[in-house]
Structure formats: structure tokens, C-alpha cells
Ligand binder design. Sequence first.
Ligand code: FAD
Ligand code: DLZ
Ligand code: SF4
Length: 528
Amino acid sequence: MLAHCAAVAVIPVFAMTLRNLVLVLGDQLSPSISSLAQADPARDRILMAEVAEEGRYVPHHPQKIVFVLSAMRHFAAELRALGFTVDYVELNDPGNTGSLLGELERARERLVPEGVVLTEPGEWRLFEQFSRQAARWPELVMLEDDRFFCSRARFARWASGRKQLRMEYFYREMRRDTGLLMNGGEPEGGEWNLDVQNRKALPKGTRIPAQPRFEPDTVTRAVMDLVASHFPDHYGRLDAFDYPVTREAAESLWRHFLQVGLPQFGDYQDAMADGQPFLFHARIAAAMNTGLLDPARVCEQVAEAYRRGAVALNSAEGFIRQILGWREYVRGIYWLMMPDYASRNAFGNQRELPEFYWDGNTRMNCMAQAIGQTLEHAYAHHIQRLMVTGNFALLAGIEPKQICDWYLAVYMDAYDWVELPNTLGMVMHADGGYLGSKPYCASGQYIKRMSDHCKSCHYKVSEHTGERACPFNALYWHFLIRHQDRLGGNHRMAMVYRNLERMDPARREAVWAWGENLLARLDRGERL
Ligand code: FAD
Ligand code: DLZ
Ligand code: SF4
């Protein structure tokens, strides 16, 4: 626990009365979270509630709902074993109001506690609801979520006075603050960021480690039935669920990664391959975002693996950068910029999200692979999200809210605080360049370089126009041409705009026209 808790209101204790009712949310499953750290099993009572609204505010993948509800049920058992009384409201319970605030209100009326305590929700949507409630209930206290390296106040101080924020400089501060991979005041190995050593394509025949499977226990199976009956219309396969739902099982997933994934994580972090959903990735984001794994311990263990020579620096640094750097950076931006951030749309995009995002039915093999595994596992790794499904949405000019809601719905690890800045800022550049200095736009050539997807694709990655041309190509040039006013002066885009200027005018015309054709087909609801 690295950040400081906000002051806890001192609530007097009277004999025979309940002191605090402590509400624990579905992504707060950490025994040492601020709301529980100050709770006393003898005087306080825990409330946990399964509610329809949290499953429906976007149509969450059924595996995400199963994961959260089953992990909540196991966590309630963990708290009871620690001596706490837990009032646990199941989705099917008669009288369930369907919302977290409704359940809190119901329990407050029933138990008449002196205080109501919760750790602040991670999403603005709920934070705002509870903040409004706190204005009506003086006994409601929200504590800071201290499961992050950087508190909201610390981030705001760092950001203050900077016109543009850059992850790289924030990350360096975090390395200095924590001492992770530091050698005195200098970064281990002399370089802060080994990103250039994280971009190898996968050589043919590389052995990919098998992923551990976590068979659903009786609790999880009951939750699977519940989710099937309550959310039958949600996108994604339910029966393939095999994710850990307890702290011990999450720990075993993590240990597996440390031993067999991490050594090659550095080299192949950006690689993609047909039929390989996980490659050398850790799959821990869902467990970490709900509190089953602690980011500080995870990073310390990676640094320790480097110190004892078990992994190379490009793996250790590449991995720690994602958590200490990106994860903290996007959260900082989220809290600094909300609620306005969510409605940013710098390019003025209005296009509907194509239907194939929901069923994977497209002839673009890279898209079909990324979306197909998302349906199957509620998972895609970072480069698939950024450079395949994200890149397509950017090039096609999809309305930011629609693509953000899609990411929020389909991934098991998705929460607004981490999904929104990644999608709206990093992928869609809809914040006008606040989070990242340039859009990550790319033609089919990037996907060809980093994967084997193009080999078995209906489309030809070498072609730019015509029925069999890779749609990413014409859409890439169309994107650059239509946003030249905004992006042409960006020095990080200078090379691509020089290439555009050198393009033969007839070819430029043809590529633009083919891009128009593709966009018109999307507007007619056609599948590419
Ligand atoms: P690994 O590749 O093994 O990486 C290790 C850890 O680093 C992850 O578990 C994650 O905690 C962290 N991490 C890596 N990249 C990022 C990043 N850009 N931002 C924040 N943390 C990062 N991550 C989420 O946790 N929830 C989301 O809702 C989410 N939405 C995303 C949406 C888009 C459009 C993009 C481009 C990225 C998104 N990410 C999100 C970041 C990243 O894709 C996932 O964290 C990662 O794919 C999870 O798989 P993993 O645990 O195997 O990660
Ligand atoms: C994601 C989720 C789901 C699907 N269901 C519940 C629930 O029934 N009860 C609950 O307390 N939390 C749930 N969650 C997690 C919340 O959505 C999460 O706490 C907020 O989004 C704040 O980050
Ligand atoms: Fe994707 Fe284009 Fe390659 Fe097909 S050819 S896999 S659409 S990049």
C-alpha cells in the first residue's frame, strides 16, 4: 500500500449499535483495501451486493460477469474466515433493488449503522453517484483507494503546469519513487525504456507455453447458471470460462507467468499469431484490477527475477513499464480529466461501430482473430487492442463513445478508469493528443510485420486498391489525408506526411477513392 489514506471520520462507539456498514465493491477484493484496513469484525459489518445494473451499464461479456460475481462470493468467504459478518446480496435475492446505491440504502435502513464507509469506486460513474449520496448522508465516508503506486493528488501535482503529459517522464518519476530497477539514481542498465527491444516478430516454430486452466468450482458453476439466465443476450461465450476466481488461484496464474512467460515477454510483447490468443502475456489484468493480485508485489517480484538473473532486462523493464508506467499513467489522466474526458472527440468522428465487432464475422483475418478470441476468452493482448481492432476504429472514424463502450463491454479486465484513456486517448487520439503525442495509425504493413495473419487472409496486404486489397492500407492513407490539417504539423508525423507528399497524384487519388468506397460500405452496414 503505497499511497496515503484520506482521513477517516472518527465515529463514536455506542454499546449494542453497529458502528460502520462497510460496502465492498466487486473490484475491491483486497483484504487490506482502505475500507477494510480500518474495519473491526466485532463492531462493523460488511455489505457486498450482486446487482443487475453493474452487469448491464454496458453489455459485459458473460465471462467478465461470472469472474466478478464468483470472485466476490469467494472473497465474502475469505472475509467471514477472518471473523467479519458479511451481508451478501445475491443477484436472485428477492428484494434486490438492482443497484449498488439501492442495496446500500436498503441495508442502511435495516441496520441503522452509525457510519457508512467505502473505498472510493474506481469508475467516475459510481464515484459521482456516491459523492452525491454523501452530500445527503453525513455519515457516508469515502476513503482513497490506496492500491496504486501514485495517488490522485500525487499525479495532479506531477501534471500541474505541463501543457502535454508524456508517459515516459511520469514513468521515470515512478521508477525513482519506488526504486524499481534502479541502480542508485540511475536506471538499471543505463536506459530508462527498452521499448525498441520489445518488438520482435515471432519466429516460425516458436514454442508457446500452454496456459493454466482453472476449472470452475461449484460456486463458479452456480454463478455461470445465474449469468446465463440473467444476461442471455450478452456478447461472448460463457462456457469457455477458465479464469482464476480466488487469490490463491490468481497467485498460481502469476507464478506460472513468472516462470514460463516472463523470460520471453520482452522479445515478443508486440507479436501476434494465428490461433494464439495469449503468447507470452501474463493474463493478470483482470485479477489485478479486482484486487486478487497486488501490483506492487507483482513488480517487485519481476525486479527480483531480474536481479537473480532469471530474466533479461528487456523483459523485466518491458513488464514493469506496463504496470508502473502505463497503468498508473492512464489512471492519473482519468481522474485528472473526468468527467469531460469521456465526451472528447477531436476528429469529430460519427461513424457507427461495424456489426462485425460483435460477432467477428469479417474477411480481415487479423480482425477475425482478435475479435474471435475476445468472444472466446474475453481477452486480447495489448497490440491486438491497439494496432488491430483499435487501429481499424481509428482509421474508419468510428464514434469514440461507441468503440469505448465496446472495449468496456468485451474484456474481462475492463474498467472505465483504465479502458477509457487507453481507447479514447491512446487509440482514437480523441483527446487531441493529451495522453499521447501522436495517433498509433498504421497500414497493413505493420500487421504483416508483427504477425502471420496476412498469410491466410482473404485480402492482400501488398495491395492498396481493389476488391482484394487490404482495407487497412487505403483507410490508412485516407485517415492521413482527411486529418492533414490537424496532424500535418505534428513533428512525430513528419515522415509519414513526407511519404504522402511524395505519392504520385494519380495513386493518391485512387487510394482516396478506394478509402471512400470502403467507408461508404461500412456506412451501408456491409462487412469487409
Ligand atoms: P500483459 O501484456 O501481460 O501486461 C502486464 C500488465 O501490464 C497488464 O496486466 C496490465 O495491468 C498492464 N498494462 C499493460 N498495458 C497497459 C496499458 N496500456 N494500460 C494499463 N495497463 C496496462 N487494460 C486493462 O487492465 N483494462 C482495460 O480495460 C484495458 N483496455 C484497453 C483498451 C485498449 C484500446 C488498449 C489499447 C489497451 C487496454 N488495456 C486495458 C491495456 C492492455 O491491453 C491490457 O492491460 C492487457 O492486454 C491485459 O493483458 P495481460 O494481463 O496479459 O497484460
Ligand atoms: C463489473 C461488476 C459487475 C459485473 N457486477 C458487480 C456487482 O454485481 N456488484 C459489485 O459490487 N460490483 C460489480 N462489478 C464491479 C463494479 O462495476 C465496479 O466496482 C465499478 O465499476 C467501480 O470500478
Ligand atoms: Fe489484416 Fe490486411 Fe493482413 Fe488481412 S491483409 S490480415 S486485413 S492486415
